[in-house]
Design a protein around this ligand. Structure first.
Ligand code: CTP
Length: 393
């Protein structure tokens, strides 16, 4: 990502964040003027990478650094792109780290112009933009509204969310799961005892949400059936169905499953639910209290029974002992294709944490042990595994 010296540079911070949360790795090349508007520290903290500013002081390998960056990136976005960088890029001038990188870069380049309306409409800028467009550079539009110079007009940089959407749709054309439908379950279930109490568990829903987003990013149309969670998703390919109880989750899944090509059950579904739900709040008494529970339907096993040959069903196994044996029997008993084994014994894995460590076991007997990673990366590994397993090309 290139950042140049315009007031909109502060918005580049949000763009970095959006890209990082999406799972992209970001390296920033900032011009000297950009650093008058945002600090090197903010850019570095958000991107989690060194910020490249000066061609001749970045490292001992100065001559090759811009070439290495150009090779490393899948896409280069300059946001904001001032009239100056646009002019330099159109004219082939390479006099700082960013303009040099632009010339060295054979990857897709996106420019998000940001400038005063008169500068934008100046024939020089318009000619430069046209020239760049003809060379295949993606010129993003600008917004209309209040400008830093105190006037109002067009020339405002697009909002970070809009730039992000453009970047995402660029990668969408290559999406491997386009045309596939996925059903994902996430989160806990709440089994009501009375109007104010329930039986629940510590599941945050994060693993299921990350899987749904990763599948959707890969092009799948996702139905996400989720128990109670504070998590949100804005992905246009995700249709969210909110449920509370195991019985509601079962119903939602039975409706969506026949249309799904792949089904991933990451929810922590209650195995038991109160036999009866008290219509009024249960009052405290001197005696001890026993709650009668009945079994819920095992959703994964139910889906496994109805599974067709072309469907791939993935279950999770959360274990604290005899992990592998239990996971293998879940695979068989529930007729799943793949089981994702979570061992709660591993630090940093399982409930309520941003990281996870999983082992994948499939019907062919293959066992693949993962490493401790961010849940987003674990979701990507699981999706890659499913794609391979289903032999999707
Ligand atoms: N599962 C389900 N419906 C249930 C219980 C579990 O769909 N009523 C699914 C979970 O979403 C998960 C898998 O089954 O994909 C395994 O869940 P887990 O809690 O590890 O195992 P259980 O089958 O509940 O067995 P146990 O609690 O005895 O380990």
């Amino acid at each position: 990502m290139g950042v140049t010296g315009g007031i909109a540079a502060y918005k580049s911070l949000s763009l970095i964040r959006l890209l990082r949360v999406w799972g992209a790795e970001v390296k920033v090349v900032a011009t000297r003027h950009a650093l008058e508007f945002v600090t090197e520290l903010s850019l570095r903290t958000l991107s989690q990478n060194k910020v490249y500013t000066d061609m001749f002081s970045v490292s001992e390998n100065v001559e090759v650094e811009h070439i290495a960056l150009a090779d490393w990136a899948d896409l280069l976005v300059v946001a904001p792109a001032t009239a100056n960088i646009i002019g330099k890029y159109a004219g082939g001038i390479a006099d700082d780290a960013l303009s040099t990188l632009l010339l060295a870069c054979a990857k897709p380049v996106f420019l998000a112009p940001a400038m005063n309306s008169n500068m934008l409409h100046h024939p020089a800028t318009q000619a430069n933009l046209q020239k760049l467009q003809e060379r295949g550079v993606q010129i993003l539009g600008t917004g209309t509204g209040f400008l830093a110079c105190g006037t109002s007009g067009d020339g405002r940089m697009l909002e970070p969310e809009q730039i992000f959407e453009n970047i995402k749709s660029h990668f969408a054309s290559k999406r491997i799961l386009s045309g596939k439908r996925a059903l994902v379950t996430a989160g806990p279930t709440y089994e009501p005892i009375d109007p104010v109490r329930f039986i629940g568990n510590y599941s945050s829903g994060l693993m299921g949400f990350q899987l749904a987003e990763t599948l959707a990013d890969a092009g799948a149309q996702v139905t996400l059936v989720t128990g109670p969670t504070h998590l949100q998703t804005q992905h246009p390919l995700i249709q969210r169905v909110d449920v509370k109880t195991a019985a509601q989750m079962l119903n939602a899944c039975l409706q969506a499953a026949p249309q799904a090509d792949l089904i991933v059950m990451a929810a922590a579904v209650a195995d038991y639910t109160p036999q009866e739900v008290a219509p009024e709040k249960i009052k405290k008494s001197e005696a001890n209290f026993n709650l009668a529970l009945k079994k819920t339907t095992d959703i994964l096993a139910e889906i496994g029974k109805q599974k067709t040959d072309s469907q791939c069903v993935v279950g999770f196994a959360l274990e604290t002992e005899h992990e592998m044996d239990n996971a293998v029997s879940k695979l068989k008993n529930k007729n799943a294709d793949i089981i994702v084994l979570n061992s709660l014994k591993n630090q940093g894995a399982g409930f309520q944490c941003p990281t996870n460590l999983v082992t994948l076991i499939d019907r062919t007997g293959k066992i693949t042990k993962g490493e401790l990673k961010d849940k987003r990366e674990v979701a990507q590994d699981i999706v890659n595994y499913i794609v391979d397993y289903m032999k999707i090309k």
